[in-house]
Design a protein around this ligand. Structure first.
Ligand code: DAH
Length: 346
């Protein structure tokens, strides 16, 4: 019996030394120390031994058991730490290598100006509206009192989208201005109204330094009882003064747009030379800013608004153009060129 135990111990220790991974070790443990393991079977046989042999063999088997348990435990730890080392080796990285700089972009100058415009007008109680870029002829033209023979509807100015369209709304176009959203907003919310509508517009025209097929506008619309152009002048002066953080003056000239009556061209005093004359204002002291006027009766009607009770004014300016003036950018095409050397300057 004694010999059997000794042999078992030796055999098991050898196997433990040879074990190459935790899985193998686990199997060995079950083989020798498990419930039906070799040592367990021997221990079970103890009770059949002659009485005088029991203490000696009992002691010996306990010793063998302890030795083996210890051997298993030590080997287990060894294999585990070897595993971790292996993992670490795999993931090793050299902390002395210089880091890779993360390239952080920034907001586009047009978007930044748009955010500023929105902030100032919201402070003055205007809501910000949005409308579709693919628009029907009805909203883009007819509803705005732009007759069929108006030059703006020319194939040369408008991108038409393939398809038949429907009787009431006509064909689909890429909106040529943000004005169609005036009607959509009136239809949806009725009067009184105080909104601005920033958005992207499209025109089918040859591009040059001051024309691009895609550009941004901001539309303004105020409808209420007893509105006047005086309010428009006040709002615009306040808006530009806040935008440029300098006092800005407004000048109205007569202008023509089918959707307003009377129609106006609006200029503001040059924010660079303060009216003295410089390159930006072409030495006139004034900068041509936008079209505006009192909303035409027919447009109020298109929007479902009672033109006996309500009047309003509207305006539309080029957000892209204002961005160009602000940063003295002399070619509109640079803004959407995707040229990083250009855009990183802002
Ligand atoms: N929609 C005009 C354009 O694209 C700009 C404009 C002029 C808008 C007068 C208006 C307005 O609301 O009243 O040229």
């Amino acid at each position: 019996m004694e010999k059997k135990l000794k042999n078992l111990e030796e055999e098991c220790l050898k196997a433990v030394i040879k074990a190459e991974n935790l899985e193998e070790l686990k199997k060995l443990e079950i083989k020798y120390l498990g419930r039906k393991g070799k040592l367990t079977l021997i221990l079970r046989g103890l009770k059949d031994l002659p009485k005088e042999q029991k203490p000696l063999i009992g002691k010996l088997s306990n010793e063998v058991k302890n030795t083996l348990e210890k051997a298993f435990e030590e080997k287990k730890q060894k294999l585990e730490s070897a595993g971790i080392e292996k993992e670490l080796k795999k993931e090793f990285f050299d902390t002395t290598i210089p880091g890779k700089a993360r390239k952080i972009g920034h907001i586009h100058p047009i978007s930044r100006l748009q955010e500023e415009v929105e902030r100032i007008f919201s402070q003055m109680g205007f809501a910000i509206m949005d409308g579709p870029e693919a628009e029907s002829e009805y909203y883009n033209f007819e509803g705005l009192n732009i007759p069929e023979d108006h030059p703006a509807r020319d194939m040369q100015d408008t991108f038409f989208i393939k398809g038949k369209g429907d009787k009431k709304h006509g064909r689909m176009v890429l909106r040529t201005h943000t004005s169609p959203v005036q009607i959509r907003t009136m239809e949806k919310y009725g009067a009184p109204l105080r909104v601005i509508i920033p958005g992207r517009c499209f025109r089918y025209e040859a591009t040059d330094a001051s024309h691009d097929s895609t550009f941004y506008q901001v539309e303004g619309l105020l409808v209420d009882e007893k509105t006047s152009l005086g309010h428009l002048k006040g709002i615009l002066a306040e808006f530009l003064t806040r935008l440029f953080s300098k006092p800005v003056k407004i000048r109205f000239r007569p202008g023509y747009f089918p959707f307003v009556e009377p129609g106006l061209e609006v200029d503001f005093s040059c924010f660079i030379c303060k009216g003295k004359g410089c390159r930006v204002c072409k030495h006139t002291g004034w900068i041509e800013f936008m079209g505006a006027g009192m909303v035409h009766e027919n447009v109020l009607k298109s929007g479902g608004i009672d033109s006996k009770k309500y009047q309003g004014w509207a305006f539309g300016f080029g957000l892209t153009r204002l961005t160009m003036m602000r940063h003295e950018i002399d070619d509109i095409r640079l803004l959407t060129s995707g040229n990083l050397r250009f855009i990183k300057q802002f």
